[in-house]
Design a protein around this ligand. Structure first.
Ligand code: ZN
Ligand code: ZN
Length: 61
């Protein structure tokens, strides 16, 4: 059966961020503001809608 502990990956529900510990995930979650939950992991810009973040990605490509 599944065993939790070493090597467990926690995933951010808002973006693709993953980390190994809950305290790391908690500090990451603080980066997502309530108003702008869609965060660009490349430059740190945050957006209110996923469509705006997509538009941003197109711009920096
Ligand atoms: Zn995240
Ligand atoms: Zn960006």
């Amino acid at each position: 059966h599944m065993k939790y502990g070493v090597g467990e990956k926690l995933k951010c529900p808002t973006c693709e961020y993953t980390c190994a510990s809950r305290s790391m995930l908690n500090s990451h979650l603080k980066k997502h503001s309530v108003d702008k939950p869609f965060l660009c992991e490349t430059c740190g810009s945050s957006y209110k809608f996923a469509s705006l973040l997509k538009k941003h990605f197109k711009k920096i490509r």
